[in-house]
Design a protein. Structure first.
Length: 198
């Protein structure tokens, strides 16, 4: 949700709008301190060198990281990321998930993420909430989400929950992902959770 024509630094500075006088927000006038904090946030997500580019010039993964940086300057205690790795290559997807997990660990930020691949939930979240037809059918450790257990929960559809090629704690039985996974990566108490939806 970046403004395509604005510089990445300005997009991150937009996170300050809720805490500044309306006239400054209307004029897009940010203090040096705000710009400095925005640059620190961009450094934390690894894209400080992109600060002066337009939002439209960034790759999908870089756009997600800029959005995370904007949340950092807002001082967010909870971060909700709706499919932050959709359409990203595996390397970029892992980078985004690594950043979200690190924010949870280092800053105690609760992160809620919706995903399409169970492997990311298995690799990043110790707790899972699995849904079937809108009902919670499992709430517990991700380690219990073996292919066999997912088969019990979702039947033949469970094979579509795994993405081939991604290293996970469990052997992947399936082909391309067709189902949705919702993954809260950590509450500010330090645990993480995920949820699969069939």
């Amino acid at each position: 949700n970046l403004v395509p024509r604005l510089a990445v630094l300005t997009n991150v500075c937009l996170g300050f709008l809720g805490n500044m006088p309306g006239w400054r927000g209307t004029l897009g006038w940010f203090t040096q301190e705000e710009k400095k904090r925005a640059m620190v946030a961009l450094m934390r997500v690894g894209i400080a060198e992109q600060a002066l580019k337009r939002g439209s010039e960034l790759s999908g993964g870089q756009q997600q990281r800029a959005a995370i940086a904007r949340s950092l300057v807002q001082g967010a205690e909870i971060l909700i990321a709706d499919e932050p790795i959709a359409s990203l290559d595996p390397s970029s997807a892992r980078r985004v998930m690594d950043i979200l997990a690190q924010l949870n660990k280092d800053d105690g930020i609760t992160v809620l993420v919706s995903l399409h691949q169970v492997e990311y939930a298995l690799n990043y979240c110790p707790r899972t909430i699995a849904l079937r037809q809108g009902e919670i059918v499992y709430d517990g450790p991700s380690d219990a989400l073996t292919p066999e257990f997912l088969g019990e929960l979702y039947g033949a559809e469970s094979e579509s929950l795994f993405l081939p090629g991604l290293q996970s704690r469990h052997e992947s039985p399936g082909n391309a992902v067709a189902r949705s996974v919702v993954t809260p990566i950590g509450a500010n108490t330090g645990y993480a959770a995920s949820a699969a939806r069939a």
